[in-house]
Ligand binder design. Structure first.
Ligand SMILES: [Zn+2]
Length: 175
């Protein structure tokens, strides 16, 4: 019996019973072959997106929600342009939640007007890290104030504090 490795899951398998779509290529079964092909295709797409920038804008539930938020916040937006800008921001490491919080910060804290004809990319790139810093600080203050106010030794408060901590952590990672 000859032992080969599945290219997808790297399990050691019997060459004679392995699924082999081509000479020298072995998989546990057809499913692992298809999964491996899918993963390769995805890796290639991600690589192309990072290297060349995605040609067609991302369209998914999260981007739709962000577009809707921007429409409600900024007003008459140029949707195709905004979608391209969102895609560019996402491909350069920003998050949907982070973009939303930054737009909120630009309008409510910096008191700036976002011109619909220019969209969001310039201001979001400019204020993204500042918003992140502001937001994390705000979360910390909230937590410490909460701890101060509820400085009791009852179990309920302990549970609440722990939940806040987890929530804060999750939100911080959204950026
Ligand atoms: Zn396998």
């Amino acid at each position: 019996m000859t032992i080969v490795k599945c290219r997808y899951c790297h399990k050691e398998i019997d060459k004679d019973t392995a699924y082999s779509p081509a000479k020298g290529r072995y998989y546990c079964n057809e499913e692992h072959y298809l999964k491996h092909e899918g993963k390769k295709q995805k890796d290639r797409e991600n690589y192309m997106n990072i290297k060349y920038g995605k040609k067609t804008p991302i369209q998914n539930a999260e981007s739709d929600r962000l577009v809707e938020y921007l429409q409600n916040t900024i007003g008459e937006i140029n949707e195709p342009m905004i979608r391209k800008q969102i895609t560019k921001l996402i491909n350069s490491g920003h998050t949907y939640k982070g973009i939303e919080l930054t737009v909120d910060y630009i309008i409510k804290i910096k008191l700036l007007t976002i011109e619909p004809k220019y969209g969001i990319i310039y201001l979001v790139e400019k204020y993204y890290n500042e918003t992140k810093g502001y937001w994390i600080k705000k979360q910390r203050i909230k937590k410490s104030v909460g701890g101060h106010i509820f400085d009791s030794k009852t179990n309920v408060v302990v549970v609440k504090k722990r939940n806040d901590k987890i929530k804060g952590k999750l939100k911080t990672e959204e950026f």
